[in-house]
Structure formats: structure tokens, C-alpha cells
Design a protein around this ligand. Sequence first.
Ligand code: HH2
Length: 287
Amino acid sequence: MSVARRSQSVPDGAGGGLAPLRRLLDLNRPLVMGILNVTPDSFSDGGDFSQPAQAIAHAERMIAEGADIIDIGAESTRPYPGMTPVSQNDELSRLAPVLPAVVRLGVPVSIDTIKAGVARWALDHGAAILNDVWGLQRDPDMALLAAERGVPIVIMHNRNEADPAIDIVADIRGFFARSLDIAAQAGIAPEAIVLDPGIGFGKTPEQSIQAIARLREFEAFGLPILVGASRKRFINTVVATEPKQRLPGSLAAHLIAVENGAAIVRAHDVAETVQALRVAAAIREAT
Ligand code: HH2
């Protein structure tokens, strides 16, 4: 991709290598990544924002509520019987009327995709962060793209299926080590990497709870940690609830995640998450 072509399509203020995330992390407070799913079938808000105008308005609302990053996804990551993977063209046609407009709102945009082709398009249109729910272990071009563009990348733990017999924290650590190896071989700077234990991905509900409870065990990697517990199914095993009834459980999980060292939480309900984090910080500072 030529520099000339990229500079034509990237809006002012977008991109910027590692700087946008670094600036946010230097604020020394937990960051909130607001979720924007432009999908018909996401587990909790599928179809709510599949019209571009609704999606852009939702991003505006999340930014007004205090979102530090907007994470845009155009393919549901939820495995369900009979699901057909979304083609690259479908993913791009969902993103095209939304992502550039959200970039223009001025907050760093991350692209939640496992396809390097989609990620490349998003970076060309101003996305600042890659979010790979297969942690560089699915599409071999993802690591090369991240290295070539010098942008931050979220490496999330995943498994094809849950195995209740394993120590999930050991499994996540092993996965991170493999991903970091792939990243190093591709030439990704360590400062570009954020680790995410992948709450709800290839884990039993109990293992998702374990991952948050034992988050400190990932500190040895010396990298920022992101936790996405919002409306996830493990909450339902503690208190039976439908996804949109899981705000209290999501807040509890995110507060404990931050207590246990998370630097970023990924949330559907931004205003409520920001309020909970600020009140917790105020109480902590008063002790
Ligand atoms: N969770 C989801 C999607 N992307 N990315 C990261 N880094 N961490 C997460 O925990 C994570 C993620 C699933 O949530 P959601 O986007 O609401 O649902 P869906 O994948 O069905 O669109």
C-alpha cells in the first residue's frame, strides 16, 4: 500500500503508530473500550446497530459517556450451531459506511477482526488498534500487518473448545507465550502488545471466573491487560440472567478485573462502567 494512497483515505488525526494507545495508558487510570457491533447476530446486541446511522450515533453516545477507545466488530465471535463465518466482503461492506465516520469522531478506533485483509482495510481508513480474538494464531498475515504498520494489537486467548479438566490460567499463559513468539518473529515491538485472557472464549463459565480472579498471574509478561467481561455468559451461571440484564454482573467483574491489574475494560454500557470505575478510584484514593 503506497503512502500516497493511505494518506488520501486516512482522516486527520487517525493512525499514529503506538502513540494513541500510549497516551491513553499514560493517563494512569483504567481505560474503557466501548463496544460497537455492526452485526446482525452478536450475542447481546445483534441487530441493534446494524444500520449505519444507528451505529455512528451509538459511537457518539459512548464517546460522550467517556469511552476512551471504540472497538468496532462486523463479525460475531460467538460460536453457535449452524453459524456460517462471515466473508471478508460481507465484513467490509458492514464496516465501510461506519468505521471511517467513527474514526472522524476523534477517539482511537480498534478493529475487532480475525482477518488480516479486513484489518488492513480498517487501518487504511483510520483505525488505530488491532483486536485479534485469536491472538495472532489464526491468520498468519495478522502479525506481519501489525509489524508493518507499527500499531498496537490486542492478543486475546482463545481455544476451539472448553476443556474443564485444564488449569485455564496455565493454558492462557502458554497461549500468550506462543503469541508473543509469533509477534517477536514478525518484528512487532513489545510496547505494541496488550494481552487479554478472552473471557468466555473456549472456557467454561468457572474458568472465565478463574481468569479474572487470577489475573495477577499474567502480570509477569509485563504488558497491559484488557478484560472483556461485558454481559458474558459466566454471569448467567452466578445469577440467571439474559444478556441485557447482566450490567450489574459486568460492573462487578470489571471492577475486580481493574483491582487485579487490568488496564482496559471492554464494555457495552459505557456510562455505567465509567461511573463505577470513577467511584471505585475515588474510594481507593481516599484510603
Ligand atoms: N469479546 C467479544 C468480542 N471481541 N475482543 C476482545 N479483545 N476481548 C473480548 O473479551 C471480546 C472481544 C465478544 O463480545 P461481543 O463483541 O459483545 O459479542 P459478539 O462477538 O457476539 O459480537
